[in-house]
Design a protein around this ligand. Structure first.
Ligand code: HEM
Length: 486
């Protein structure tokens, strides 16, 4: 190697190294990062989930309002103080308006997902009235019908009633996919009966990237600036075309036969009629968002609730007692709001086992980070990650215990809302929260009224999370047994 090459290598090395002094130079504490991997090396090398890595960092700095970390090469702050969470999600939201985005031309569906939209386009997408309380009421009968089919499906699964058991997430995915097809695409699919169902295939193609895509995604995490050069498209073209065809065919059929079905597609079609800028692709993109946010997130939530109820039989019995007062056949959307223990069970699972590991807030306007214990760090325009408060004993006594009672009566009022963030907070809070909770609660009523759920010994307790998956996913799965209620 020539002297010039050695010299250049040393200069480049120190150039890259100096990026990792960002927090040290500003006097913000944090663990020493590793070059290229930052503080999340174990996740990038697929050894531990992001949630577990962030929990360790959170716990290692018990008295700090925030910790300086590096997500591969990029500095970010891990926020540990509720007041601070309030500032970045609500009070100073103007500095954290946008999320990371996708190129609409390259990825027309993801580029139109409200989570990735920016500025006025994002504001307009939020204003579209898809998830109002009245919409939930009108869509509830479709969910009810899917719940009945779900119970029938479980009844016919011999494994669920034998020592073999049944895996909770795979089970719940059948139900949430049924909701995606009937409520968002307006199509009657056979997700319960047919393992080759078209929507099952599409969901797999959208949510499980090919090896080539996974390799590209890995490099993007380490070198995000390669994003445009690698021109990564996450939803393959043939899947995009198929989704667009399903939507167009259904809309055409409805127009031709004057079909009115009170689902999300109907609302999206009405928006298209009244907003000239809302195209067919916007309708498809808004229906497709249900795959990631509804199919996936809601099935994770439902499977963890069943796991918690199987692990805590007293809570399950208490819930069944409350549900004895409602009848599946006359259950309405309003009835759901009256069931306090059901609400506490769902709320506690979202606290203990949130499907999304962390909130990620991109700082888009220079910002002075301030906490109750310092005068402010000026102009740190860096991303803020929020994770860990829901498991902090300062805010939740015995945080590792499943204790729905902490969300009942006066106790609930004592909790600081900025420590409870499964759906985020502020103007960018989860848009589909109402729909997600409605379908999860409806399914629970039907399941717990009909079956006693117990833990199958194939579940590896304590749970270990899958390091390669970006959401809560336990290694080996959550295995359950069902038996019929007496
Ligand atoms: C039930 C389980 C669900 C959980 C735990 C969940 C969680 C979240 C979280 C943590 C965020 C980010 C909030 C932030 O950055 O502050 C989010 C955003 C979002 N969620 Fe959900 N979600 C769920 C279900 C759904 C459903 C069913 C839909 C719609 C079908 C949905 C649609 C969205 C959208 C569109 C955004 C982006 C909002 C924006 O940026 O303005 N989610 N969700």
């Amino acid at each position: 190697m020539s002297t010039l090459t050695i010299l250049l290598t040393i200069i480049i090395y120190y150039g890259i190294q100096s990026k990792y002094h960002y927090w040290k130079k500003r006097g913000i504490p944090g663990s020493k990062p590793t070059i290229f991997l930052g503080n999340i090396g174990e996740t990038l090398l697929m050894k531990r989930s992001l949630g577990e890595v962030l929990t360790d960092i959170y716990n290692n700095y018990p008295i700090l309002p925030f910790v300086g970390i590096f997500i591969s090469g990029k500095p970010a702050l891990l926020v540990r103080e509720p007041e601070f969470v309030k500032n970045i999600t609500v009070k100073d939201f103007g500095h954290f308006v946008d999320n990371d985005s996708f190129d609409k031309k390259l990825d027309p569906i993801l580029g139109r997902h409200p989570f990735f939209l920016k500025g006025d386009e994002w504001k307009q997408s939020r204003a579209l009235a898809c998830f109002t309380a009245s919409k939930m009421k009108s869509i509830f009968p479709l969910i009810q019908e899917n719940c009945r089919q779900f119970v029938d499906y479980i009844r016919n699964q011999e494994d669920a009633f034998s020592s073999k058991g049944i895996e909770a997430k795979s089970l719940c995915l059948k139900y949430t996919l049924k909701n995606v097809t009937s409520c968002a695409f307006g199509v009657e699919s056979n997700t319960f009966g047919d393992p080759d169902d078209e929507f099952l295939y599409l969901a797999k193609r959208i949510l499980h990237p090919s090896t080539k895509q996974a390799i590209k995604a890995f490099f993007l995490k380490i070198f995000p600036s390669l994003f445009t050069i690698l021109s990564v498209k996450f939803i393959p073209k043939d899947v995009e075309d198929k989704l667009q065809n399903i939507v167009s065919e259904t809309l055409n059929y409805r127009a031709k036969h004057s079909v009115v079905r009170n689902d999300f597609l109907y609302t999206l079609a009405n928006i298209k009629e009244t907003h000239s800028e809302f195209t067919d692709m916007d309708v498809t993109a808004n229906a497709t968002l249900f795959f990631g946010d509804d199919y996936e997130a809601s099935s994770i939530l439902l499977s963890f609730i069943l796991y918690e109820l199987a692990s805590n039989p007293d809570a399950q019995t208490k819930l069944r007692e409350e549900l004895a007062t409602v009848f599946e056949s006359i259950l309405s959307f309003d009835d759901l709001q009256q069931l306090n223990y059901l609400d506490a069970v769902v709320t506690e699972t979202l606290r203990k086992d949130p499907p999304v590991f962390a909130l990620s807030k991109t700082c888009t306007k220079p910002y002075t980070y301030q906490s109750s214990s310092n005068d402010g760090y000026k102009n740190i325009s860096k991303k803020a990650l929020v994770h860990g408060l829901q498991h902090d004993a300062k805010f939740y006594q015995g945080p590792e215990k499943f204790f729905p009672e902490r969300f009942l009566g006066d106790r609930k009022n004592d909790l600081n809302k900025y420590t409870y963030l499964p759906f985020g907070e502020g103007p960018r809070m989860c848009l589909g929260l109402r729909f997600g909770l409605m379908q999860v609660k409806a399914a629970l009523i039907h399941i717990i009224k009909n079956f006693i759920v117990t833990l199958n010994n194939k579940t590896q307790v304590p749970l270990k999370l899958n390091p390669t998956y970006p959401m809560m996913s336990p290694v080996g799965g959550l295995w359950l047994n069902f038996s019929k209620v007496g």
